[in-house]
Design a protein around this ligand. Sequence first.
Ligand SMILES: [Cu+2]
Length: 125
Amino acid sequence: MGKYLLLGCMAIALAGCARPERTVTAPPGTGEKVIEMSAGSFYFNPNVIEAQQGDQLLLLIENISAFEHNITIVSPSGEIVAARDLPAGRTVPVKLTLTESGEYPFHCEKPMHPRFGMRGRLEVR
Ligand SMILES: [Cu+2]
């Protein structure tokens, strides 16, 4: 199954392996906002997170695959604000304060994984 997915992604790698967008919105209010995510081969779910400037997020990212992944999050001004490896089968907490508005792209740092679809973004208003 995973192998076929990999081959399928490789076949369309030049166009990028488009994944449907799965969006969640951080709840309103103050305090830490918990967003549960899963990381698989090769996707994040959700892959679009909507939040407000100033939000403090706690991303709980469960790697549901048998391979190590990673999440690297970049601020709108281009600074890496989080870079964490995600061991197979484990849940890794990632805390993040959204000091800027704009788009925070994120991806898995492992070779070729972003091209296979392992990326997403935080949209901060
Ligand atoms: Cu990965």
